[in-house]
Write a protein that binds this ligand. Structure first.
Ligand SMILES: [Zn+2]
Length: 92
């Protein structure tokens, strides 16, 4: 499978997998964010194992989005995502 690259910021799926940070708001739709996170579950090398042990892929995905929202100063989105993470029993 060819690796997807975000045309906006140049973020690649493998880099996202290693850092769990998106490069720009468009990465979310340009990369297979969900698939990358799902595949990390099996590998769980680069990211905090503790966090991923308890977290569902959904929470992990929400957290990645949350961190991205914080990073880009989208505080409304951040608050909404934080609520969604907490509602699912995760920690933002
Ligand atoms: Zn991007």
């Amino acid at each position: 499978m060819a690796e997807k690259v975000c045309p906006i910021c140049g973020m690649t799926e493998s880099r996202f997998k290693a850092t769990m940070y998106l490069g720009c708001p468009d990465c979310y739709k340009n990369l297979n964010v969900k698939e990358v996170i799902m595949s990390c579950q099996g590998a769980s090398v680069h990211i905090g194992r503790k966090a991923f042990k308890r977290d569902t892929p959904e929470i992990a995905m929400l957290r990645a989005e949350y961190q991205n929202a914080v990073r880009f100063g989208r505080m409304d989105d951040a608050e909404r995502l934080k609520g969604m993470i907490l509602a699912r029993g995760g920690r933002p």
